[in-house]
Design a protein around this ligand. Structure first.
Ligand code: NAP
Length: 327
């Protein structure tokens, strides 16, 4: 229990949503003693029961306003499409001086949907931890998820410096590095580093599934040729990703336009046997991979550190540092 901690950053933290991200925050808050109490809520009784049983929260509540009562930090950890309604419902329950934050993968839409409902005296500070896996639900959460990863905060012009400092200290205590950014820039950066890669993965896996000349069992059998790396991204939660694309439309369409032009250039290079163009691009992209490893954002182990297993044995779970993380 967190009641014995000496100097917690917060008295009570309310987690609205107890899936991968909410549960990971709960575990990490408890491990680092960042709050005296952790409140939680989720849409279904089953998730609330699991979160309580796993010790992610001290108490669960049927509704978001009940969970937020008495909390000095409230974090929205549900799909982005739910934020507007939740903020509206939460407003009367938010304490004067409390921080209202979120973990949503887009930021301009969150400011648009949540901002109008935030009462005077409550500090609204949008945030996005760039950490995740393709798994969902309370059982998927783990305390180390945020360690060594970036958390982007997109404060508003009027955000109180003291409240911003407290939230920054919170994410640093969870093991993250913190970057402050404008919301529109965040959405553009994430469109290319996260949203487009997921869209490409969903598309390629969809194309493979629809091919008539190649059977499904052949696709699975020979997936180690590269396909399986796309399937990890394409296994991500459909509700979360639907909401990301609906709420970061402009930036995604902008980067998709650039991507399509570059793809057409590659198509031309292959058609005209322009090996030099292909070699030049493939050499540049290798350097990007090296940069990611040098920055500690992935492992340098061959094949992403997968351990070769004899046929028929279970694969090692993709958890912890360097094991299947993504924003
Ligand atoms: P998740 O594992 O699917 O969990 C979502 C949680 O939200 C569940 O506990 C669900 O409850 C609850 N929920 C849904 N609608 C609700 C509502 N109307 N009221 C109360 N609770 C509700 O999702 P996640 O991966 O943790 O993602 C949560 C947020 O984090 C999203 O906004 C996403 O953009 C952001 N994010 C995700 C990642 C990632 O890699 N997954 C990374 C960074 C940021 P039930 O279980 O009862 O349905």
């Amino acid at each position: 229990m967190t009641s014995a901690v000496k100097k917690p950053l917060f008295e009570a933290i309310a987690l609205i949503g107890l899936g991968l991200i909410g549960a990971s925050i709960g575990h990490a808050v408890r491990r680092h003693g960042l709050a005296r109490r952790i409140h939680g809520t989720a849409r279904t009784a089953a998730t609330r029961k699991t979160a309580l049983a796993l010790g992610i929260v001290d108490a669960t509540f049927e509704s978001a306003p009940e969970a937020a009562a008495g909390a000095d930090l409230v974090i929205l950890c549900t799909p982005v499409g739910t934020f507007g309604e939740l903020a509206k419902a939460l407003a009367p329950a938010l304490e004067e001086g409390a921080i209202l934050s979120d973990v949503g993968s887009v930021k301009q839409a969150v400011i648009r949907d949540v901002g109008p409902h935030v009462p005077d005296g409550v500090h609204f500070i949008p945030a996005h931890p760039i950490a995740g896996t393709e798994q969902s639900g309370p059982e998927a959460g783990f305390a180390e998820l945020f360690e060594g990863r970036w958390c982007v905060l997109t404060p508003l012009a009027e955000t109180d410096a003291g409240a911003l400092g407290r939230l920054e200290a919170f994410w640093r205590a969870l093991g993250s590095q913190v970057e402050i950014m404008e919301a529109d820039h965040h959405d553009l950066v994430l469109a290319i580093t996260s949203h487009l890669p997921h869209l490409i993965a969903y598309n390629i896996v969809g194309t493979a599934a629809d091919l008539e000349e190649v059977t499904k069992s052949e696709i699975i059998k020979f997936s180690a040729g590269g396909f399986r790396d796309f399937t990890r991204l394409a296994a991500s939660d459909p509700v979360m990703w639907r909401d990301v694309f609906l709420n970061n439309r402009e930036a995604v369409l902008e980067t998709l336009g650039r991507f399509s032009e570059d793809l057409a250039a590659l198509q031309r290079a292959i058609r005209w046997s322009d090996g030099e163009a292909l070699y030049e691009l493939f050499s540049r992209t290798r350097a990007i991979r090296r940069g990611i490893i040098e920055a500690g954002q992935d492992t340098s182990a061959p094949d992403f550190g997968r351990i070769a297993k004899p046929q028929g044995s279970a694969a090692a779970p993709a958890r912890g540092r360097g094991g299947g993380k993504r924003p």
